[in-house]
Design a protein around this ligand. Structure first.
Ligand SMILES: C[S@@+](CC[C@H](N)C(=O)[O-])C[C@H]1O[C@@H](n2cnc3c(N)ncnc32)[C@H](O)[C@@H]1O
Length: 242
């Protein structure tokens, strides 16, 4: 499928506007599309991501879910047996936060409309941070990691779940067919948005690979950053220690 001009990931401020516009416009259909298009595999990935947070056990934890969208990652943690504390779910597309609110019920999740590159929180104020499918959309990924490093206390974990391009040629072929042929068409039909689901594979294509992303953790001040592929390399989970 040819890339429409609007679907190409922009740079700088134009990228911020592009991303904010996309997610504000697709918010009402985001959850439906997420689960249809991911065939629910994302649930398992989220479970594994939350397991790596390494939260304090002697006191309630304060956890940041950045680029939280409609709260699926926040809720994965909030519903976990034994979780005690508060999850601050931040996103700059207000319609996403509003759309997901019905799912929150009594969960200890506090939504905040904020830009991940300018988080309105003091230094060292979180016990852990997590981001699912958000980092790829940042106009400046390095600045995002510096901001996570700033708000995390020493020793805290940053867990990042993101799509990647599979290393294996056969998987890459299947992934290419699905992401570049099937997903834009199904996404367009269900969301009614002409190019949001063409932007998605385009943004994955230009995003750094897992090794380069691990380097970004280290450059931002994380002591250690390990990573692993999920589902043949469609996605990767990175864990950094502040
Ligand atoms: C693909 S969605 C992921 C939502 C959710 N984390 C999930 O797993 O379903 C990406 C989200 O990142 C948000 N986002 C992207 N750039 C952002 C930024 N600079 N500041 C805050 N939110 C941002 C978008 O508004 C969108 O809701």
């Amino acid at each position: 499928m040819a890339t429409t001009p609007d679907a190409r990931p922009e740079r700088g401020k134009a990228r911020e506007n592009q991303v904010q516009t996309i997610f504000s416009e697709i918010a009402p259909r985001y959850d439906l599309l997420n689960h249809v298009l991911s065939l629910n595999i994302d649930r398992r990935w989220r479970r594994k991501a939350v397991s790596r947070l390494d939260l304090p056990t002697d006191r309630p934890a304060r956890v940041l879910d950045a680029c939280a969208g409609t709260y699926d990652l926040s809720l994965e943690l909030a519903r976990r047996k034994g979780f005690q504390g508060e999850i601050i779910a931040s996103d700059f597309a207000r319609p996403m936060l509003v759309e997901g609110k019905g799912k929150l019920d009594q969960a200890p999740v506090r939504p905040i409309c904020a830009d991940t590159l300018r988080l309105p929180f003091p230094d060292a104020s979180f016990d852990a941070a997590m981001v699912a499918f958000g980092v790829r959309n940042l106009s400046d990924v390095d600045a995002g990691f510096r901001e996570f490093a700033r708000v995390l206390r020493p020793g805290a974990k940053l867990v990042v779940l993101e799509f990647t391009t599979p290393p294996n040629a056969f998987m890459r072929w299947g992934y290419h067919v699905y992401f570049h042929r099937v997903l834009p068409v199904v996404g367009r039909i269900i969301s009614g948005h002409p190019w949001a689901y063409t932007y998605l594979p385009e943004s994955v294509k230009e995003f750094p690979g897992p090794e380069a992303l691990a380097d970004k953790f280290r450059s931002a001040g994380f002591q250690a950053a390990d990573w692993r592929y999920f589902t043949g390399g469609i996605a990767a989970l990175h864990v950094g220690t502040r």
